[in-house]
Each structure stands twice: as C-alpha cells, then as structure tokens.
Design a protein around this ligand. Structure first.
Ligand SMILES: [Zn+2]
Length: 394
C-alpha cells in the first residue's frame, strides 16, 4: 500500500495541472484568481500547479492592459511567445512541416513542403534538416506531432502498413526524429489527426461523438466516441478504405484488388480522369481546370461519388456518429456535391442511423491535426489515469 500513498500526491498534482491547462484552453488567458474560481480549489493549490506548468514551458505570464487604472494585471496563457510546437505530415507525394504556438495558432509563413523521399533514412534526414531550420533561439520547442496514413501501432508508435507511403513500413518516424532532435514526439494515424484538427480548428469543437471520413489520398475513418478516439487494441481501428468492394478491381497499395479506396477517393477520381485523358493528372490540376471550365468530369465524379456514398452509409450504420465529416477536394469541383452525396447516402444507410447524423464537409486539415495531436499529447500526458478529468483536487 505504500506505493499508493507515495504515488497519490504526484497524481493529484498532475490532475490539477491538467485542469489548469483545460481552463486556459477553453477560456483563453485568465488570472490566477480566475483559474482558482473556476477550479473551485484553494489558491495555494493553483499556485503550485501553475508554477510547475510555467517551469515546463507550457504556460507563460503577461501583463494585460488595465484601462489606465492601477497596475497591469498578470495573466496566464498557453505559451504563445516563449514556446512552439511542430507538426510533420507524411503523405504520398509530399510532406509538410508546420509550426504553431501552444494555443494552436499556426505560423503559415514558416510552412515547409518537400517531396516524400523514396528511402526512409532520406525521409528522416530531410525532415530533421527542415525542422532544425525552424528552431528559434529564445523560443522553447516543446514537441513534434507526426501524422502518417495507414496502420499505425499507436502503443508501439510504429507504422505497420502504409499502402500509400510504404517507405515508412516497420519504422517509427516520430521516435527517430525525437532521438535526433531531442524533442518529445507523437505518431498519429492521419484520420485520428483529422479528428483532433476538426475538434480544435473546425466544426467539431463541442462534439464528443463524431466521425471523420478522409477520402483524399486513400480512404480512412476516425471515430470519436464519448470524447475519446476509437483505436481498437493497438490503434488499427477505422481502416475502412481496404474493404474489398470490387472483385478483380484495380490493384491497391495494400496488395489486394478492388479496395474501397481505389474507388472512392480524390486519388481514385484522378486515376479515372488520367485514364481518359491519357496523361497523369492530379486532383489539384483537375480542380483548377474544372473551375476554369476547361475540363468536364461529370461521369468520373458520378462513379466516385457512388462509392463514397457507400463509405458514408457504412460509417453511419456502424458507428452512429452525430456528425460525419468528409475530407475531400472533390467538394471544390461542384458546389452541389455535398447535397448529392447526402441524398445517395440516405438511399444506402439505415433510416434511423441516417436521420440522427449530419453529414458535413471537414474544415480541419492534416497539418492542423499534427499540431492538435502534439498539443493533446503534451497536455494529456500530464495525467496518467485513463479517465476524464473535469475538476481539480486538493
Ligand atoms: Zn487495399
């Protein structure tokens, strides 16, 4: 029992630190007195938690304007000038590195894009070189979030099978970059990253039950239920893209044929259009040409939408989300696409499940997901209990 009695004070301190962070995340900057009032604990308890968080670099203090009367009031906020976090999106074709403050504000002029190298050591070498160029003197870099498509063992932090970025199979880019750069890091499955992005930056801010269907490069699903990401035993849940849909269909990156993601993604549309035009064309160029009126893709878009509706109906039937967000550039091709997709999904999904679910376009991005992921990792890791924490404890 001595283990419990010695562990408890440390655990209670961590819970209080997490609670202080939550208040500042949800309410924005506030004074120690405000935090004490909202937490409902004693001032010394808050002071102790704040002191630890200031030492760790997660919080900073600043003088708020005081309308010309009295001394400026000292306020607390998530570190925005004294600390930064980094995100790395690893994807087919290209990778992106982004920089943000701990309150999630992205510094767009610091974004770096590079082609995804063909060899894993080159990926780590190139990414770490770019990341080092973003480290700033006088600003503490607190951590790095890395997103990857495919099957990620979230416990072991290893990419197991990434049909679209196979160069990462069997590797842990987060751990390798962490040891090279001396930074805490976390590896996120990209659909999980998109869920976190939608909750921090998009339209899922107050939602605890929603799903995210990513239909960009491949097709993947992230599900947040009761406020927690559905991961399965070791993080492999949600790989809807490799449902076998078309016997003897197109070869998929996973090695099988006719998987859903070969039929229902931005990449699937690009392949269909490329086949017709007799040249390689990607989704960005398709969007540009269609919007200029120089390319008609109605037939191909109809085919892909039909399969995308199947993916939506399957997600709604299986997981009963309050909102299903869909991430795709195809919405930029046709302003009526979302309505058509809703209609087609209604024809495939179970009626009660469909009627209790809204279908919306996702607003969060993968780059935002890496930042939301590392912020969640840095703030959540202060509490080791697997339970929601809403109140401070003294
Ligand atoms: Zn597949």
């Amino acid at each position: 029992m001595s283990t419990v009695s010695t562990a408890q004070p440390q655990l209670l301190s961590q819970i209080n630190e997490r609670s202080v962070l939550r208040i500042l995340q949800s309410s924005g900057p506030c004074s120690r007195a405000d935090v004490t009032r909202q937490l409902g604990v004693t001032a010394p308890t808050v002071s102790k938690a704040v002191a630890t968080l200031l030492r760790s670099g997660l919080l900073e203090e600043f003088d708020a304007p005081c309308n010309g009367r009295g001394r400026p009031a000292r306020q607390l906020r998530l570190a925005s000038e004294t600390a930064q976090v980094l995100g790395l999106v690893i994807d087919a074709g290209h990778c992106r590195i982004v920089l943000a403050s701990l309150d999630g504000t992205l510094m767009d002029d610091c974004e770096i894009t590079f082609n995804t190298p063909d060899a894993y050591p080159d990926l780590i070498e190139t990414a770490s070189g770019h990341i080092e160029s973003l480290l700033r003197s006088g600003v503490q870099t607190l951590g790095l979030g890395v997103s990857l498509p495919g099957l990620i063992d979230s416990n072991a932090q290893i990419g197991l099978l990434s049909p679209n970025v196979p160069v990462t199979n069997g590797h842990s880019p987060s751990r390798d970059l962490s040891s090279r750069l001396g930074l805490p890091s976390v590896l996120l499955q990209e659909c999980h990253a998109l869920c976190l992005a939608e909750r921090q930056y998009g339209n899922a801010r107050r939602l605890d039950d929603f799903a995210m269907l990513d239909a960009t490069t491949g097709v993947g699903l992230g599900v947040l239920t009761a406020g927690r990401l559905l991961t399965g035993k070791n993080g492999l849940a949600g790989e809807i893209g490799h449902l076998p849909v078309k016997p003897n269909g197109r070869l998929c990156g996973c090695g099988r044929r006719g998987c859903l993601e070969t039929l229902a993604s931005d990449s699937a549309l690009a392949r269909l259009v490329s086949d017709r035009l007799g040249r390689e064309i990607d989704i960005e160029e398709i969007v540009t040409l269609v919007r200029m009126g120089d390319l008609a893709i109605g037939r191909e878009l109809g085919q892909v939408t039909k399969h995308l509706a199947f993916a939506l109906a399957t997600s709604i039937n299986l997981f009963n989300p309050s909102t299903l967000f869909v991430c795709s550039r195809m919405f930029d091709l046709d302003d009526s696409l979302l309505d058509r997709l809703r209609e087609q999904t209604e024809g495939l999904a179970l009626k009660p499940s469909f009627e209790s679910c809204r279908i919306e376009r996702a607003r969060g991005s993968k780059r935002e997901g890496t930042i939301a992921g590392i912020i969640e990792h840095l703030t959540h890791s202060r509490v080791q209990l697997d339970m929601p924490v809403s109140h401070g404890i003294q």
